[in-house]
Design a protein around this ligand. Sequence first.
Ligand code: SF4
Length: 224
Amino acid sequence: MLERPLYDITPFTALDYPDHLATIFWFAKCNMRCLYCYNRDIVLGEGKISQAEALSFLKSRKGLLDGVVLSGGEATNYTGLIPLCQAIKALGFKIKLDTNGLNPNMVERLIAEELIDYLALDYKAPKEKFLAITKNRHFDDFSKTLNFLIKQAFPFEVRTTVHGDLIRVEEVNRIIKDLLKRGYRGTYYLQPFLFTDTLMSRVKKEKNSFERSKLCSGLKVVWR
Ligand code: SF4
């Protein structure tokens, strides 16, 4: 178990956890290397904040905030996540998990033990494009997480980051069709790529615009 699992803490957000005022715990390290990732320092850097320090911060926010977002990096890589969530719950906070879905066992445990209340799942790319975008070949693990969440009817959302040169509208349409086929009926969020100076790779600003008008219907699609 990492002594300092968190890279950083965002003390306050009203945007990242629907209907909640929350803090964000940014976990260091990730098992993907998404081309468009803008959290290079978090993904490649070392943790700086211990679990005890994070919980002490949370205690100081009791009555001011009601939620904690576990983000990163990839929170489910942290082997101490279960006890950390138990401690967060004991303080009375709700928990939202942001995940790339590569750790279905951890997600199943968190839900079985009622340690998370909401989840945002990144659907990075269709299977045939998954490796190229994420530099990780374990689409099947992501797929298992997605199926589990749908089967459990757990409250969650699916989202995809869109960079017009990396993913085309036909590929996003394949994702929509796949979600429908699996039985997902929630909102599908699309997030435009954000150009920053902390990008993982040398991805440039998009040359090709994403043809939003060609998105297929069937699911409620929201840009944010
Ligand atoms: S964008 Fe990709 S590499 Fe970056 S934190 Fe998320 S899953 Fe990891």
